[in-house]
Design a protein around this ligand. Sequence first.
Ligand code: NAD
Ligand code: WQD
Length: 368
Amino acid sequence: METLENKSSKKSSSHEGYVLVTGGAGYIGSHTVLELLICGYNVVVVDNLSNACEESLIRVQTLAGRPLKFYHANILDEQTLIPIFEKYNIWAVLHFAALKAVGESTKIPLDYYWNNVTGSLNLFRVMERFGAYNIVFSSSATVYGQPDIIPVNEKCSLGPVTNPYGKTKLFIEEAIRDMCAANNKWNAILLRYFNPTGAHPSGVIGENPRGIPNNLMPYVSQVVQGRFPFVKIFGGDYDTVDGTGVRDYIHVCDLATGHVAALRKLKTKPGCVAYNLGTGVGYSVLEIIKAMSRACGKEIPYQITKRRPGDIAVVTADARLANAELGWYPKYGLDQMCQDLWRWIDSNPLGYPESSNEAKQILQQMSA
Ligand code: NAD
Ligand code: WQD
């Protein structure tokens, strides 16, 4: 019988050393790990599976036809990270691991500061100890707070940010800027994602739903699946095309290619640079509901309710810096984002299934 391991070993790496991906079993991390493997990078994933499961990585290996190394570990645990840095020649880290729910962060701020900030600082100390000075950090458009201008560019002022989640992103950015200023061995790329959505076009990997989603697209998906009766549109009186909030939605596979472009840029020793990853095109909530409705062929009920505190009318990205300096351009438009999202949820209505023990063992053996 062909196992994942022997199936995966048919293609080999074209890059020296390893890229460590924290949070690589999660939504954006798993799509990026796939892209890294396809591009020939050697990948070690560290994830504590607090918001993910092994199945995403098992599927990534199968899609890529190449193996990865996986450690079920917490970035807060220095004693677990050290042996990983000892074992692999890690030249760069893509740092996705974080708690990410804005609403939840206002209820359990200490957990967010501890996991995201302390976890990151712990990781950076271990990186420094092993001379692994190249990092790509998963930041967010949220660091701009209420942006000065739309579309937002990287020169716009940062903050103030009102929720603990966003503050952790801003704080980690500041820590990285200070590290780079103090020691020119550090090279950091801060990728500020706008509104990630979609799934791999295969429909095999995607965002794993847990609890009631905060974000629009996962919520719309669950209305399509019949888990909620209608989409609550937060505000119909904004100064926008139809009164509903406008955002810059970006396909998760475009984010994945953005990370590979950032890794290439790190090799040119850029110091510390922030890039927006967005399409530059904004869509309203109603436009999103219509596009999703086209993709799944179903009416999506909605009701317009009051504005959500802290929301603003329009946020879109000026991503010309990433276009020019990373040579990165998003490929996917809104219809493709919705079609790919629908393919994923239609084929995996409950998200990832529990992996078989055999599959988990194969994944564990590959890291032994
Ligand atoms: P996700 O929850 O799917 O992925 C995060 C992963 O990190 C999960 O697999 C989780 O198990 C892991 N993790 C969390 N804490 C950890 C710890 N202490 N040690 C090890 N692993 C840990 O989220 P995502 O949507 O893929 O987001 C990835 C990154 O991108 C996050 O840093 C997030 O803040 C950032 N981001 C996400 C969005 C978005 O809308 N999805 C937007 C902007 C920025
Ligand atoms: C999009 C639009 C809502 C849900 C958040 C974080 C940001 C980043 C991306 C991590 C807005 C409207 C939403 C719903 C609605 N994440 N909406 N009904 O707020 O732009 O950004 O996710 O870094 O930090 O703040 O995304 O998907 O929550 O909202 O009407 O049930 O949809 O008002 O206009 P947001 P979102």
